[in-house]
Ligand binder design. Structure first.
Ligand code: BG6
Length: 475
């Protein structure tokens, strides 16, 4: 659909940026913090670990000042569960609460709205040792943890996110790290974990509405659209299979509180139906999201499964590299799009399509809580970082958001990944995303100084003009 005039960004649009606790904070064992699964898992050799990260824990004041200079209206970050409850349950660590209180107050002082993710991949290791999300007790642990945050910060935080990318945790558990010893949970276990997370999420959303009536809460999923490789009808079925299993099945539960029928048939056929206790579905149904948060990086192209092992990509999948599954779908190349150095498809138009589909299906306001391009940014001799590829990437995606707004989609914010350089989930500091460069190498911590990249100045101009400058106004 073409328009003569594109709709402007809403005047209260939340121009933001994102990080997550374990990828940015460092201070992994300070001030009473307990160990999380991230601290205990095996990570690729030769890449930076998460112990120091970008040392945001100690530099948060300087960083927030820079976010203010950037013009951010919102900062999306996660709270480390293990700073609040080092063992996942039990005694509250007051120093952890005090830290986030300072961070939130500092943001509010600058007029930056905190958007808080309750849980971004870093489950307390003490809970993992008791079975993690396989264990139903983790549901109560999560709800108890959420209650502490709602009671403590409910008057200051108006946007909460429940679980970051539950679909990544279930479909690509290795993306978060490999448990020591090397084995990942079975698919049956993963779908049981999924069910427990959904119950926990439903209860947390209900609790948020009860304790913080002025606040809004929603799930944050990694969403994408699937293209069928050809006009062959079987390719269309395969693309639909994977679009449902990877995205809709998670959101259907979070929003409508019911298992998607196709997911159910898939689970039934394989003997993976989770154990569901009385009251679970009601808890999922009662927890109603106020909005949907999506993390969007790329699209995928899908063909009919050949039914044998050749469907599975020889290169291990990750959040954005589709693995393939015999009898379900097979990933294909898309000749119409580029890829990042790490093989992630670059497809800004796919964002417009994804926004349209999510909105059409759920009719809830949408915020984009991640979107960005990972690259081995270089600090050049002139003391700058010339990341024009990041400007191109974000510009193209913002333009497509404007098209989606013009299509009638309610998008109320954009928080690209990342506010500043953070440790990538598997590629350390070789793969950077931020508007602010952190001067450290994989292992050489250098001076950790913060350097504004070219994209910083560009995004600053976009925000200051509410999207009127820095984008090409194509119609
Ligand atoms: C998202 C995660 O899936 O992708 C982030 O929520 C992650 O935690 C981001 O960092 C980018 O992925 P990566 O693997 O390039 O760090």
């Amino acid at each position: 659909m073409h328009y003569t005039n594109l709709k402007p960004f809403p005047k209260d649009f939340l121009w933001g940026a994102s990080t997550s606790a374990y990828q940015v904070e460092g201070a992994w064992d300070e001030d009473g913090k307990g160990k999380s699964v991230i601290d205990m898992m095996e990570h690729p050799e030769g890449t930076a670990g998460f112990t120091v990260a970008s040392d945001h824990y100690h530099h948060y004041k300087e960083d927030i000042k820079l976010f203010h200079e950037l013009g951010l209206k919102a900062y999306r970050f996660s709270i480390a569960w293990t700073r609040i409850l080092p063992e996942g349950t039990g005694t509250v660590n007051e120093k952890g609460l005090a830290h986030y209180e300072r961070v939130i107050d500092e943001l509010l002082r600058y007029g930056i709205e905190p958007i808080v993710t309750l849980y971004h991949f870093d489950l307390p290791y003490a809970l993992e040792e008791k079975g993690g999300w396989n264990n139903r007790e983790t549901i109560d642990a999560f709800v108890n943890y959420a209650r502490i945050l709602f009671e403590h910060f409910g008057g200051k935080v108006t946007h909460w996110l429940t679980i970051n990318e539950q679909n990544t945790l279930i479909l690509h558990p290795g993306a978060v790290g490999i448990p020591k010893g090397g084995s990942l949970p079975s698919k049956k276990e993963l779908y049981q974990q999924n069910h427990h997370m959904l119950v926990a999420q439903g209860k947390a959303m209900s609790l948020c509405h009860e304790l913080c009536p002025q606040a809004k809460i929603g799930p944050a999923l990694n969403m994408t659209s699937m293209y069928q490789a050809t006009s062959k009808p079987e390719d269309a079925i395969a693309a639909h299979n994977w679009e449902v299993l990877r995205g809709w099945s998670f959101l259907d539960l979070a929003v409508h509180g019911r298992y998607n029928r196709l997911l159910w048939s898939y689970l039934e056929e394989r003997g993976w139906i989770p154990a569901i206790k009385e009251g679970d579905l009601l808890a999922i149904q009662q927890g109603q999201p106020d909005f949907i948060a999506i993390n969007y990086y790329s699209t995928a192209t899908i063909a009919e499964s050949t039914g044998d092992a050749s469907d599975v990509s020889p290169r291990a999948g990750d959040q954005q590299i589709m693995l393939g599954e015999p009898g379900v779908y097979r990933p294909e190349e898309n000749p119409y799009v580029d890829k990042t150095k790490y093989g992630w498809v670059i497809d800004s138009v796919g964002l417009r399509l994804t926004l349209r589909k999510v909105y059409e299906r759920y009719q809830l306001p949408i915020i984009i809580t991640e979107n960005g391009i990972g690259a081995p940014d270089e600090l050049t001799e002139d003391g700058a970082v010339h990341d024009d590829y990041r400007i191109d990437f974000i510009q193209a995606h913002l333009e497509q958001i404007q098209w989606a707004l013009s299509d009638g989609v309610e998008v109320f914010g954009y928080c690209p990944w990342a506010a500043m350089d953070v440790v990538s989930t598997h590629q350390g500091y070789a793969k950077r995303y931020g508007f602010i460069y952190v001067n450290r190498g994989e292992f050489d911590l250098k001076d950790m100084s913060r350097i504004k990249k070219d994209s910083f100045y560009w995004y600053q101009r976009v925000i200051a003009s509410n999207g009127n400058e820095g984008l090409s106004q194509r119609t």
